[in-house]
Design a protein around this ligand. Structure first.
Ligand code: CA
Length: 318
């Protein structure tokens, strides 16, 4: 092989490698993230997310990053103890009753942790952060209409809530989060603790979700609404114990917009509860719209390069 042939092979190899670059660059872009005035913005190749806990209750807002259309919103509203009158471990707004008054998640005193990131080859492949609040909750008991049941008025207590968020480039269509609850003081040991949030949608880019999703389907431990979904685990951790969790959807306990979702945790005493649901968009679940993931694409790109090089070498040997 003379010098000219060698140069030609190098040039052609460079062209072939460049042809694979868009895939590498797409994968190599990792996760973009920033924090400003109480709001975290995150973007992967598949999902865009905003997490806000400033002048409003914690609010997750997400959309399909490659093809924005309708945005999904989850607002975390209330935490309350409830009598599980039908003993099914779920909160049924029609049959189960709230004990005392709900703890309304605060709008203003969430502390942002800063980011913890993981990198590979200078690319951010995972981002973690949390918002935390500790507030004194003064429960009251509504005036009872049945005087035979003495109204117990629990003492005020400090409740701490932390929302830990994790996003990983290996699952670019979804975001995992943990809800951590500590300090809850129970009135009854046979109660359930219920976390209420709403699901709404909006046009892309609107700050608030205003509309109820036209389709809202519960399939096992997963809620689907348009392109968005929320998956809940059927167990939470409280110290050494596993706490059963049941999720239901229904109307709000107040005049909340959208669909309300109630996650009910069985009694967990004085332990700290840790729970980890997932939100995401269905479009990314099958890969990048081509039905194959980036590793497969890279293998294909590599395979094409090898084939092209073999053909070039074979041709030059003639
Ligand atoms: Ca129930």
């Amino acid at each position: 092989m003379n010098n000219k042939q060698t140069q030609l092979i190098v040039a052609l190899a460079a062209v072939v490698l460049l042809a694979s670059v868009p895939y590498v660059a797409a994968q190599g872009s990792g996760i973009e993230y920033q924090y400003a005035t109480g709001m975290v913005s995150l973007t992967t190749e598949d999902i865009g997310v905003k997490v806000t806990a400033y002048n409003q209750v914690p609010h997750f807002h997400w959309w399909n990053a490659s093809s924005p259309g309708t945005d999904c919103h989850v607002m975390f509203l209330k935490l309350f103890e409830a009598n599980d009158t039908d003993d099914d471990g779920a909160f049924d707004p029609e049959t189960d009753s709230i004990v005392g008054v709900p703890y309304l998640l605060p709008a203003s005193i969430w502390v942002f942790s800063g980011f913890v990131t993981e990198e590979q080859d200078s690319v951010v492949v995972a981002v973690h952060f949390n918002f935390t609040t500790t507030e004194t909750f003064t429960p009251t008991v509504p005036i009872t209409t049945t005087p035979t049941i003495p109204a117990q008025v629990p003492d005020p207590f400090d409740v701490t809530l932390q929302i830990r968020v994790h996003i990983d480039v290996n699952d670019p269509h979804e975001m995992k989060f943990d809800i951590v609850i500590s300090g809850w003081s129970w009135t009854y040991e046979d109660s359930i603790l219920v976390f209420q949030f709403t699901v709404t949608e909006s046009a892309h880019g609107a700050d608030e979700g205003t509309d109820e999703p036209p389709e809202f389907v519960q399939d096992g431990n997963r809620f689907e609404f348009g392109e968005g979904y929320l998956e809940y685990a059927e167990q939470a951790q409280a110290g050494e114990s596993v706490v059963p969790v049941r999720g239901v959807t229904g109307e709000g306990t107040g005049d909340e917009a959208g669909k309300s979702v109630y996650l009910a945790f069985e009694y967990f005493g004085d332990e700290t509860l840790e729970y980890d649901p997932i939100i995401g968009i269905t479009t990314g679940e099958d890969g990048n719209g081509l039905g194959i993931d980036y590793n497969q694409l890279l293998l294909m790109a590599g395979g094409v390069s090898v084939i092209v090089l073999v053909i070039i070498v074979a041709k030059m040997k003639r």
